[in-house]
Design a protein around this ligand. Structure first.
Ligand SMILES: [Ca+2]
Ligand SMILES: [Ca+2]
Ligand SMILES: [Ca+2]
Length: 253
């Protein structure tokens, strides 16, 4: 077995899992290679583990922020998560995420798990706290999101943003659920006018109810035959009223 082949395989698997998992709608509209996203910026999803992070500032732990500000608390959890990934410390990761990736639960896929941790660190450590100007939170969850950015080249146009999801458990421990450095959409320009293209990428990505899932996706409008999709209300954050927002719930499921 050649290590570099294993690594390649592991990375391939990760990218496939990432793509299959969350961006069906992204995939359906982006066959071309988006200059900076399709191959080099896959969605890094999920988190993993459990707890450990107390959200009260008086709790022990020198890296805890002296602030009850939701963004500070969430960012501190995210930084811990990244640090553990950088150190390939699975138990550490397990302590700050909602659930570990399945490849990290099976000893046979340790190499895939490590590759995944590398990716998480690689994509996560370049994110800047100050860019996350959107902070949506309540007693059960926190979402940090940047504003959208539009990117394009001669043949494609895309709109995406970075987003990080957190959930709180019954003990108020904040856990990282998922993060995506480039959550959005890419479309082929084709013969469409610029106005039409702009309208399209906005329609595909807008999240007016701020629940962490594009309203277009909530209505299952990008779902293809054979795919399953649970519709939620694009005007209500918590469609089923269980306290978890629609975007959070979609990730948990
Ligand atoms: Ca929404
Ligand atoms: Ca909704
Ligand atoms: Ca809900």
């Amino acid at each position: 077995m050649q290590p570099h082949m294993n690594t390649k395989k592991a990375l391939l698997i990760i990218v496939l899992v990432i793509i299959a998992g969350a961006l069906t709608f992204f995939i359906s509209k982006s066959r071309s290679n988006y200059s900076q996203t399709a191959t080099s910026t896959p969605k890094v999803e999920e988190g993993g583990l459990h707890t450990g992070i107390q959200i009260k500032p008086e709790l022990p732990g020198q890296t805890l922020p002296f602030s009850n500000d939701p963004k500070d608390l969430a960012w501190a959890v995210f930084q811990k998560y990244l640090g553990y990934n950088k150190d390939q410390n699975l138990e550490g990761v397990r302590g700050v995420v909602y659930k570990v990736a399945s490849v990290c639960e099976d000893p046979k896929t340790t190499i895939d798990c490590k590759a995944r941790m590398n990716l998480a660190w690689e994509y996560g450590n370049v994110l800047k706290k100050e860019d996350f100007v959107n902070v949506w939170e309540d007693s059960k969850q926190i979402i940090l999101a940047t504003d959208f950015k539009t990117r394009e080249d001669d043949s494609i146009i895309g709109r995406d943003r970075s987003i990080i999801f957190f959930v709180r458990d019954e003990n108020k421990n904040l856990k990282m659920l998922s993060f995506s450095p480039f959550k959005g959409v890419i479309v082929n320009k084709g013969t469409a006018s610029q106005e039409e293209l702009n309208d399209r990428i906005v329609r595909y990505t807008e999240d007016k109810d701020k629940d962490g899932i594009a309203d277009y996706d909530e209505e299952c409008l990008a779902v293809k035959e054979g795919q399953t999709c649970t519709q939620t209300n694009p005007k209500i954050r918590d469609t089923d009223g269980d306290g978890l927002w629609d975007g959070i719930e979609a990730l948990i499921q």
